[in-house]
Every structure is written in C-alpha cells, then in structure tokens.
Design a binder for this molecule. Sequence first.
Ligand code: CP
Length: 347
Amino acid sequence: MTPTLETRLHDAVSKVRQYWRGTRFLDGLEPGIEGTQALLDVARIYRAYRLEIGRMRLLQGRAVAGLFFDPSLRTHTSMEVAAGRLGAHFVHLVGGQDTWKMEFAEGTVMDGMAAEHVKEAAPVLSSYADVLAVRAFPKHGGRDETVIRAFARYAGAPLINLESALAHPCQGLADMLTLADLGGGSYLGKKVCLSWAPHPKPLPQAVPLSVVRAAILGGADLHVACPEGFDLDDEEMERAQSFCHDTGAKMTVTRDQMAATQGAIAVYGKGWGARDYDRHADLAAAHRGWTIGDTQMEGANAFLHCLPVRRNVIVSDSVIDGPKSRVIPQAANREPVQAAVLLSWML
Ligand code: CP
C-alpha cells in the first residue's frame, strides 16, 4: 500500500531525529552528515506538497518567535510563511524596537539604555514560543557572536540562528538543496566554486562560511577563489575541512578565479571583508575585475547568490538576468528547509 503523505512526512521526520536530537541550529553542522541529508528529504517532501501539507495544520497551536536585530527580506518572510503554512503562530520582533533594549554582558550595572537582560528575555520568550529564531549581525558582538551565544545559553526553547557573524545555517541548508538540484539529486564529487566578488563594504563571513560548510557536508569538490588579503576565517575553514574526510569533499583555495569557475555546477558569488578591515575599500576596488560576468560564467553551469545582491558590483546584469542565474529558486528553497527544521523539532 502506498503510504499517505502524512505518513511519508512523519517517517522522514523520524529519520532526522534518529541522527539529530539537538535543539540548536547555530552553525549548520549540528545535524551532522546523515541528519542534514534527512532534513533535505523532509524539505523535498514539503516543497513538492506544501499546499497539501499546509491543509494538515500539523503544527497548530505551536508558536515561533523570530527576533531580528537586523533587517531581512527573505529570512523573515520565509520563516513566517513556513511557520504559518504548518499552522504555527509566528511572532515577529524587532530587537530594541518591539522589545526593550537588551543587555548581554555579565555583571553589568544596568544604568544605561538597556532595560532588560538576555538572562530574563531568553527564558521568558521560551516560555511562550516553542522555537526561538534570532538574527544578530557582527555589530552586536563581532566574532564572539555575543547575542546568539547568549540566547543559546539562556533559552530553554529550541533555537535557530537566522544569521550571526560566522554562520547563516538556514541559508546553508537551502544552498545544499539548490546545489543538489543542480547536481541532479546530489553534488557529491561535483565541482562547486565559491568566488569572492567586490563589494564596497567589508561584509561579514556568515554566508561564505555557510557555503563552505554546505559544500563540504554534501561532498563537493569545492574551489574557493579570492584575492590575496581576503582569505576566509582560518579557524572556521579548518573546522569545515575536518568534515572532508567523512563526506568525501575536497577543498581548494585559489587566487585564480577563472580556473575555479571552469566546469563548476555552480559559481556562488559573494563579497566579504578584507582581513585588514580598515583597507577594505581600497583592496576591494583594486579587484573590480572579480565581478562575476559572462567571462567568469563561460565554463560554469549556474550562478548563485544568497541575495540581496548589488548588481554590476558583485554580478553583472547579463549574468543575474541570464539563463544561468538560479538566484530565485535558490531563495525559494529557504522556506522548505526552514519548514523541515520546524517539523523536526515540533511534529
Ligand atoms: N539571504 C538572506 O538571508 O536574505 P535576507 O537578509 O533578506 O533575509
């Protein structure tokens, strides 16, 4: 007998739980290799049958609180839509506007602007919501990731990082789904290029590091191209590299952008800051030729970017408007992967 859609979904979620019992999705590596593949299977079922699944109201009565200290188009909308489609209530909070200004430091005399400590805010939000999701860019604590780590410490509810200084795990999971689509179901052993591209601002490394983790978790032949002075964070790269042995992935870091793009199933363009932050603008300007254009895409299959993207700075109009651009289906994949995480915790 063919299993019903609900049975298929329950079975797929049970498989995730076999591998992933944790309640933190902070850098994207937590579900492990098998758990991540199982999450992608849930996402594929959701993507194929989201209207039918929506009618099931599987998470009715549940609540998700999304706390944003920084702006968002995709992350906010796709989280709220995923939660809503599954029947859960989504509460959108802008940190410091919809909430009191928060304090994160230990032992502070709170006689300044901050009216509430995360030690109370995180457990209180956890008492209302079944899942918390938090976005806080590096200006809220830099490489220390003060905000997301404080929530991880004090929140009793499961917690999703919606982008911090070093990780954007939901973007990474969506990128895995997109890369697998481009690879015909899997990108194991397939060449993937992550290319630095010029941007006037020294952007954080959350997305490029998540692309590295995503490529390695799926066993890609990853080529990271960047000019000298723009190498990604050593510690995070070493940590990602340590998964290569188990996934069969390979990682090459190169200064040769053209060689990196040749034969790639995807060129993922992304700007990030120079190691010497103060000289970023000058260093980036010296590499304007790294904008992803038709020449870079000649030997590659598809162009990816997490969005938002600066046209004719990161990527030419001709590429992003052209037949190789997959940025819209890539962004669309955010909803099913986030739904998969919510289902894995709450179904
Ligand atoms: N890619 C992404 O996270 O987009 P937003 O910043 O608009 O959420």
